[in-house]
Design a protein around this ligand. Sequence first.
Ligand SMILES: Cc1ncc(COP(=O)(O)O)c(C=O)c1O
Length: 437
Amino acid sequence: MPFDVNSLENHWMPFSANRDFKANPRLVVKSDGMYCWDYKGGKLIDGSSGLFCTPAGHGRREIAEAVYKQMLENDYTPHFQLGHPGSFELAERVSRLLPEPMNHVFFVNSGSESVETAMKIVMAYHRANGESQRLRFVSRERAYHGVNMGGVSLAGMVKNRETFPVTLPNIVTMRHTMTPEQAFSKGQPETGAELAEDLVRICEPYGGSTIAAVFVEPIAGSTGTIVPPIGYLKRLREICDEHNILLVFDEVITGFGRTGKPFASETFDVTPDIITMAKALTNGAIPMGAVAVKDNIYETVTNASPENAIEFFHGYTYSAHPAACAAGIATQKIYQEEGLFDRAADMSEYFLDAVWSLKDHELVGDLRGYGMMAGVEIKHDGVAGRRGTQLQKDMFWNGLHVKFTGDNAILAPAFVAERQHIDEIIDTFRKTLDQHL
Ligand SMILES: Cc1ncc(COP(=O)(O)O)c(C=O)c1O
C-alpha cells in the first residue's frame, strides 16, 4: 500500500528502538475490526487491542462520525470557566459505570495525566481536610503509572526510571504480588494475600497519618499481567481505612470491561477512593483520560473555597476536548448497546484456555491471566528482554500484533473477538515461538 513518507528520520518515536525500526519499519496503514494491515499489504490480527485501547475493535464508524460531526459543530471550547455539553454527558455516562459513591469525573488527555491529576487531587483533598501532613505516597514494585514525573516517581519498573533520577520524594514501595508458587495459576492466585501487610510495615515506621495515598493497578498490566491474589486488594482497603489513607486504583488498562465488569474495582469487590482511566474510554480513537473520585473528595475540595473562587488549580488546555468527548460518548454507547463488557466476561474462559494451551511450550516460563488479559512470560535467552523483542518483531511479520514488555507478552484482544480470532492469535503466537526453538 502506498504512503507519502520520504524519511522516517524526523519522528523520534516513543518507547521504540528508533534505529532498528527505521531500518525495517513496521508501518501500519489501515485497521478494521480485529485486523490491521502493514504497508506491504500484510494482514495482522491485533492480539493486544493496540495498547489495550480498542475493546470495540478498530475502525468504528460510529465513533469517527461522532467526532466528525462534533468538529463541524463546535471544534473547541476551553474548559476553564466555560463548558460544552459533551463533557457533562460523558461524565454522567462514566459515573453510571463507577462504583458508588463515585460520581465525579475530571477529564485529562492520557493515562499519565490521569495519574498526575490523581496525585494532585489527593494533595488538595488532604489539605482541604486539614491533613496536609500527609506527604507520602505508597506504590508497588513493578508498577506502571505512566511516564510523567508523578507516574515515574510511583513507578516500579527500573527501565522507566533509571534514566530520570530526579523524581518526587517521599515515595515508598510495597513488594509486587507475584510469587513462585503462583506459577501458571489462571485467574486470581490463591496465595500471596499476605503481601498486603507490606502496607502495615510501611505505616509502622512512617506513621499511617503521614501517608496520603496508595496507588495500585488492580491487575499490574504493563509489567506483564500480575493478577492480585485472592483477598489482597480487600486487605489493602482495610489497612487504608484504619489510617484514613486514600486508595487509588489505576485502571488505565483494566477500566471499561477488561476484567468482565466495567471496572476491576467491581470485579474484585473493592471500592477505592479514586480511579484513574484512559485508553478504552474512547476506544483509543482520540486521546483522553479521566480521574473519578468519591463524592466526599469532590465536596471536600470544592467546599473548602469561597463560592466564587476556583477550587482546584489544575487542568489542561485540552481537558474534555469536544472531539474526545464525542468519541467517548460514541464509545460508551457501543459498549452499552453491544453488551461488550458481558461479552468480555463470556469470552474470558475460552481466551484463557487458549492461552493456557501454550503452557507446555519449551519457551514459556509462566502464564498469568484474568478476564480478557493474559501475560505470557517467555524464558529469556541469557539477556533479559532480547528474545521477547525479537519475538514481537517476528510475530508482526507472521501476522500478529502483540504488546511485549521485555520478555513478557501481554495478550488482550478486543471484546468483539470471535473464537476463531482467539485461535488465530494463539496459533500465530505458537508458530512464532516454534521458530525460536
Ligand atoms: C496502569 C497505567 N497507568 C498509566 C498509563 C499511562 O497511560 P498513557 O500512556 O496514556 O499516558 C498506562 C499505560 O499503559 C497504564 O497501563
